[in-house]
Design a protein around this ligand. Structure first.
Ligand SMILES: NC(=O)c1ccc[n+]([C@@H]2O[C@H](COP(=O)([O-])OP(=O)(O)OC[C@H]3O[C@@H](n4cnc5c(N)ncnc54)[C@H](O)[C@@H]3O)[C@@H](O)[C@H]2O)c1
Length: 315
């Protein structure tokens, strides 16, 4: 099986490439290295089944492949708000280009959409049938609305051109190789705790999030891709809810740090609660997360500790 992974040098993409190569696939990792980096896939270079292509998906490309995992899109607010117009171009034009490719070579294509399509949800937990509560003109819109259009494009290519599609809505995922500076809560807390710096809490810290460990998420993506006749969308995430304060204290404990909490004003359009309903994933993919937060966060902390070069936690 020849498999294309767009965004393959990013956090999730690099784990996906690794798993696909291990499972015997021929993998093409396509990336423009905007938020991803070569170091994430350095260990795969030289493997006979692995190839890196430097390409920006806002431009079309022709490759002979059987499967397309379409991940390319900056995922953290720091990255996607750096150049919002480029972000929405990546989601819209990039997805059109990948769907065009899938149509032409008759490949099956999976889009990694996001829980952000639910916006600041008014239903808890979120099922796939919930249409969301999204601000179309806010600072997150380039990402949220970009993904909503990407989902629309997937469905329209499916209905109009019979393209074989899969849509997955990913909820917060964490693990080794998250970028140190990506501004997401798990990386922020791990890095701050390891450095003995204050952990910044936006708002009162009682907003909840669910955190899925990367290995569980990758397993969900593979199952979705290979399940026949299931277009989705299907939520993939961990339904266990934790407050930001709980996450902060676990990070401090696992880093053996004496960091303190620092309260900051709430961020605009920051959802109060978000938690997946994963009944569909359980039923159709026979999938559910297997890694408890403490275990996953501990491996993630180790990876950050290694990357920070063994900096001592401040006391
Ligand atoms: N990590 C999460 O918690 C999460 C949650 C929901 C959805 N997702 C989705 O999963 C996918 C991967 O997320 P991630 O966390 O690995 O993010 P990431 O930023 O680490 O990876 C994205 C990759 O896409 C590449 N890329 C960006 N724009 C591109 C372009 N125009 N052309 C080619 N490559 C481009 C980046 O260089 C990077 O390697 C994204 O589509 C994201 O929306 C992730």
């Amino acid at each position: 099986m020849r498999t294309l992974v767009t965004g393959g040098a990013g956090f999730l993409g690099s784990h996906l490439c690794e798993r696909l190569v291990r499972d015997g696939h021929e993998v093409i990792c396509l990336d423009n290295f905007f938020s991803g980096k070569r170091a994430n896939v350095a260990h795969l270079r030289g493997h006979p089944n692995f190839e890196i292509v430097l390409h920006d998906i806002v431009n079309p490309i022709l490759l002979e492949v059987d499967r397309i995992y379409h991940l390319a899109c900056p995922a953290s607010p720091v990255h996607y708000q750096y150049n919002p117009v480029k972000t929405i171009k990546t989601s819209v034009m990039g997805t059109i280009n990948m769907l065009g490719l899938a149509k032409r070579v008759k490949a099956r294509i999976l889009l990694t959409s996001t829980s952000e399509v639910y916006g600041d949800p008014q239903e808890h937990p979120q099922t796939e049938s919930y249409w969301g509560h999204v601000n179309p003109i806010g600072v997150r819109s380039c990402y949220d609305e970009g993904k909503r259009v990407a989902e629309c494009l997937m469905m329209d290519y499916h209905r109009q051109n019979n393209v074989d599609i899969r849509i997955v809505r990913i909820f917060n995922t964490y693990g080794p190789r998250m970028a140190i500076n990506d501004g997401r809560v798990v990386s922020n807390f791990c890095v701050a705790a390891l450095r003995g710096e204050n952990l910044e809490i936006y708002g009162d810290g009682k907003q909840t999030r669910s955190f899925a460990y990367v290995d569980d998420l990758i397993e969900g993506l593979l199952r979705m891709m290979e399940t026949p006749d299931l277009t989705g969308p299907v939520n993939i995430g961990n339904p266990d809810e934790f407050t930001i304060l709980e996450l902060a204290s676990l990070a401090i404990e696992l880093a053996h740090s004496s960091s303190k909490l620092k309260y900051m004003p709430a961020r605009p359009d920051d959802p109060v609660r978000r938690r997946p309903d994963i009944s569909m994933a359980r039923k159709y993919l026979n999938w559910e997360p297997a890694t408890p937060l403490r275990k996953g966060l501990s491996s993630t902390m180790e990876a950050f500790r290694h990357e920070l070069g063994g900096e001592d936690p401040g006391h």
